[in-house]
Design a protein around this ligand. Structure first.
Ligand SMILES: [Cu+2]
Length: 510
């Protein structure tokens, strides 16, 4: 039979008994039971096809009652929700509650409604980006822009109902709304009456955890590598900066589904269609003029670490269809991250909204080849989905990439010649984990990290380097010269991450 939990938790006076049911017990076969506080223990209604279950529950309830006749009576609603209104007696009363958004939370996020009341929620998106409000019953507001309002009719409430924002990552950030059905309705309101008197709202409830179970990776390294072999790799070559000093770019945000393997896709959110977005390069003193165009379905934004500007205006989220002008002067050298800064940022970055701006140090040396590697993490979920929010929250990526695609430079080695001097710029776009960039078979005589040479042309006392260590959002470059022909793997030397895709090969020939 269905799993029921009719444990009573009466108030001290015994006049407002409550019952709770375990989450996940809701089904069409779940018997619904209501016993009136007046002592009538016959069920008000029962679900067809579950007579045995109902009888068993009644017997159990009677047994509990008979074993302790003085115990408060139990108001049980099973695991009912607003869709099972037939299992309770409608009070004819309507509870009406206004719900807003503050940051990444609904306010209130906990609503108490007497069982049998009809619940209407006036939902206003008072947040700073698009949100929706959906309930497990299927009632949904649809995606609302900032300032929009939608009336949601949850019908007659027969049990607790869970709501949340369904935009990726928002629920996990805390955007949940718990409707608690309270045990006893006054039942005295006249039919059709509407007031907020029966509602008790608070913002202090932590809500229920809707996090998904952390799943094993849906794509094996072999599958990822096999797929990478079928695509054209992203060109890792970094061209020299052009000589212009006023630089104009358009960054167009789109959302699309892309393959990760031949049988698995994921949703990406990108600047100009690819992750990473464009790699920009210039000199100290250059002015960058970026027009951000949001052609997506949700709010997005931009944060250029390369600029020294107040975040308030240029980094604000914009709506689908809107544009934003973002101008900054590159005052200092570095390989600077840019990313979407709409909450949850981890989700927007994990879905592909990141890139780099390289401002050359004035004392940059001469090399034969120059590449850029943007390190990032993938949190692959079910087919066609954006990043898995639970894995993201747990800092547990199941695939890793240089320049967006796991294993692409293992499947397509980068060709260089012996004795060529090579510079590799590395940006750790994260969103979370560190990168320790190492090239097997080489040592670095030059390591530049976050604005300064760690070593240059060899360190003191003959010391050279083996890794460029970068935390999330850090960047730098290394220089090395392979002396012999062969296959020089480059890896994140946090090797479990290399094995998830942050590995490539320099194929060196004479
Ligand atoms: Cu975004």
């Amino acid at each position: 039979m269905a799993d029921l939990n009719l444990s009573a938790s009466p108030s001290p006076g015994g006049k407002n008994p409550k019952a709770s049911a375990p989450k996940g017990a809701a089904s069409k076969e779940t018997p619904k039971l209501r016993m009136s506080p007046a002592g009538d223990h016959s069920p008000v209604s029962r679900t067809a096809g579950a007579i045995i279950g109902v009888v068993s529950v009644v017997a159990l309830a009677l047994a509990i009652f008979l074993s302790n006749p003085t115990a408060p009576t139990t108001q049980g609603t099973g695991a009912g929700t607003g869709t099972t209104a037939s299992s309770v007696t409608p009070t004819g009363h309507t509870t009406r509650v206004s719900v807003g958004v503050e940051g990444m939370a609904f306010t209130p996020n906990h609503i108490e409604v007497p069982v049998g009341d009809r619940l209407i929620i006036d939902f206003t998106n008072s947040g700073d980006q698009r949100h929706d409000l959906v309930f497990e019953t299927g009632v949904t507001s649809g995606s609302l822009a900032t300032g929009e309002t939608k009336e949601l009719d949850l019908g007659v409430i027969s049990g607790d109902v869970e709501g949340w924002c369904s935009l990726p990552g928002h629920r996990e950030m805390g955007m949940t709304l718990h409707v608690q059905a309270t045990g006893v309705s006054s039942g005295t309101s006249s039919s059709g009456a509407s007031s907020s008197a029966g509602a008790s709202a608070s913002g202090g409830h932590a809500g229920h955890d809707h996090g998904q179970d952390a799943a094993a990776g849906p794509a094996t390294p072999t599958e990822l590598t096999d797929y990478a072999a079928t695509i054209t790799p992203r060109d890792p070559v970094l061209p020299p900066a052009t000589s212009e000093t006023e630089r104009h770019y358009t960054f167009t945000v789109t959302e699309q589904t892309v393959n990760v393997t031949s049988s698995l896709t994921r949703q990406t959110w990108t600047f100009n269609g690819d992750a990473p977005g464009p790699i920009l390069r210039g000199h100290i003193g250059d002015t960058f003029h970026i027009t951000l165009v949001n052609n997506g379905t949700m709010s997005h934004s931009l944060d250029f670490h390369a600029g020294l500007v107040s975040p308030d205006q240029v980094m604000r989220s914009i709506e689908p269809g809107q544009t934003l002008e973002y101008t900054f002067v590159a005052k200092n050298a570095g390989i600077w991250l840019y990313h979407c800064s709409t909450a949850p940022m981890s989700m927007h970055i994990a879905n592909g909204m990141f890139g780099a701006v390289i401002i050359d140090p004035t004392d940059l040396g001469t090399v034969d080849r120059e590449y850029v590697m943007v390190a990032s993490e993938l949190y692959l979920g079910a087919d066609g989905q954006s990043a898995d929010a639970s894995l993201l929250s747990a800092l547990a990526p199941n695939a890793m990439a240089f320049n967006g695609v796991p294993f692409q430079y293992k499947a397509h080695p980068i060709q260089i010649k012996t004795n060529e001097r090579v510079r590799v710029w590395v940006m750790d776009a994260g969103p979370n984990l560190a990168t320790t960039f190492h090239v097997v078979g080489t040592q670095f005589d030059t390591v530049w990290r976050e604005g300064a040479y760690v070593i240059r042309g060899g360190g003191s006392g003959g010391g050279w380097g083996q890794v460029l260590t970068l935390g999330a959002a850090e960047g730098g470059f290394v220089e090395f010269t392979p002396l012999e022909a062969g296959h020089y793997s480059f890896v994140n030397h946090a090797l479990s991450l290399a094995e998830k895709g942050q590995v490539g090969v320099f194929e060196v020939s004479d």
